[in-house]
Ligand binder design. Structure first.
Ligand code: CAO
Length: 432
């Protein structure tokens, strides 16, 4: 019997590691390159391969031991292994065992492809190895190849170690769930039928609601949304509006803040062409629109519609106020035609008449930005010497970050607020 002590090999620059798992038992015959134990450092896990075919005589370490390069780990008997292999015929594989045997052999070599040296790994492989789930590099590689998040796999081994069988079980479970989903007519398995849990009224989802749901889902999944919030000081503008609104009411014109906001949007869009653009992801093109048509969201009994006021830059605030009233009425009476609701270059959604502080409106594709307006309130604002009562209007600008950068969006919002404040100096019936 030629006993040899096997030592921990080069750890690829790592000083000390922990024994995670012993993969062999005393008496086991191991092949050259077969993994005999797993080690784990803070950054990676690695398997230790046996240098030659041998029989395990003694195991010198246990899980949890801290080891360095050169620490004795196993006592092996190479002679005994050779002896026992002499004259041994290849075991006959029984029907059905063939695949398993191949998988097991591959498993050994796969595990050993990536052993020990994190410097040899790609960036992604190294990132994976840093995860806390114990698994051999081969298992991690397989999980990655199959698109399986190893963190989500329940490991059946010691300390929750994920094995090849655990990965296989995860794949099988997914396939089964897809099969069941298809059998159930493709209905999502996570959707729970609410009628099973209490009385429910069934209500038809109307045409407008369906169209909104489709447009919103598309925008939510395609547009890279960012929302920027800011408050506009509209104290003087609101005073100006109040000064005129009663006289205009007598002429059947409802002068709300929204008319000013729409006008200010068109003025700021002239200065910020990117905000007034449409992105075509397929053609990889950006269309800078040279018209200023503003869509505005109207809450109707049948759902949300977004009619458009065209060429706002050519309209006065009173023109806009009149159109807001007449088009909203048309919308609520379901009298809008499809052409009334297309072609906007940007949209405004005002909840100011109802309440709220800020919200995150969804971009109305193919536009690139939408302005959300909330309720203005008197607030105490510090002017450097004392608090002053100021009328503050909360604004929420959502934009497509593929098209518009944050700085650009903020500059637009600041300019838009400036334009809005400037409207107090502009005649209500002049376009500029
Ligand atoms: N702060 C304080 N008060 C406000 C305000 C604000 N920001 N905006 C409007 N108001 C006031 C108005 O002055 C008006 O007061 P009076 O009754 O004293 O005149 C009252 O609130 C109601 O205004 P309004 O909402 O009828 O009029 P509007 O021009 O501001 O808005 C319209 C018109 C069509 C946009 C609005 O009626 C509407 O439908 N809004 C809902 C939009 C919506 O659903 N958006 C959500 C879409 S999901 O993103």
């Amino acid at each position: 019997m030629a006993k040899e002590t096997m030592n921990i090999p080069d750890l690829g620059g790592v000083d000390e590691v922990t024994v995670l798992e012993i993969l062999v038992a005393v008496g086991d015959k191991v092949e050259a390159d077969q993994a005999v134990m797993s080690l784990e450092s803070e950054k990676a896990s690695m398997d230790v391969p046996c240098e030659k075919a041998a029989t395990v005589v003694e195991i010198l370490l246990k899980p949890g031991d801290r080891v360095k390069e050169g620490t004795a780990c196993l006592v092996l008997d190479a002679e005994q292994s050779k002896e026992s292999n002499k004259g041994v015929k290849e075991p006959k594989q029984e029907a059905g065992q063939n695949d398993t045997a191949v998988v097991k052999d591959n498993r050994k070599s796969e595990e050993n492809i990536l052993i020990a040296d994190p410097n040899r790994l790609t960036k992604t492989e190294n990132e994976d190895l840093k995860s806390q789930v114990p698994a051999s590099p081969g298992v991690r590689k397989l999980a990655r190849t199959l698109g399986i998040d190893i963190q989500a796999v329940v490991g059946s081994g010691q300390y929750g170690r994920v094995s090849f069988d655990d990965i296989a079980a995860t794949v099988l479970a997914r396939m089964q769930s897809i099969k069941e989903g298809a059998a159930a007519g493709g209905k999502r398995q996570t959707w729970q039928d609410p009628t099973k849990f209490g009385p429910c009224q069934e209500k038809e989802f109307g045409k407008i609601k369906k169209a909104t749901a489709k447009a919103m889902s598309q925008s939510w999944s395609n547009v890279v949304h960012v929302t920027q919030f800011e408050k506009a000081d509209i104290t003087e503008l609101e005073a100006y509006r109040c000064l005129h609104k009663d006289a205009l009411k007598a002429q059947s014109v409802r002068l709300t803040m929204l008319a000013f906001i729409i006008k200010a949007m068109s003025q700021a869009l002239v200065k910020h062409p990117h905000i007034n653009s449409s992105y075509d992801p397929e053609g990889q093109k950006l269309w800078i629109k040279e018209y200023y048509h503003i869509g505005f969201a109207v809450d109707t009994p049948n759902g949300l519609v977004v009619p458009v006021i065209r060429n706002v830059e050519q309209c006065s605030v009173i023109d806009i106020a009149k159109m807001l009233a007449s088009i909203s009425e048309k919308a609520r009476e379901s009298k809008l035609s499809p052409k009334d609701m297309v072609g906007a270059s940007m949209t405004v959604s005002s909840l100011g008449g109802i309440g709220g502080e800020y919200f995150t409106p969804i971009v109305n594709q193919p536009q690139s930005a939408i302005l959300g307006v909330s309720r203005n309130r008197q607030q105490a604002v510090w002017d450097g010497k004392s608090f002053q009562p100021r009328m503050m209007l909360p604004l929420s600008l959502s934009y497509d970050h593929r098209v518009i950068d944050g700085a650009e969006a903020m500059r637009f919002l600041k300019d838009m607020i400036e334009c809005l404040q400037g409207l107090k100096d502009q005649s209500l019936d002049k376009s500029s």
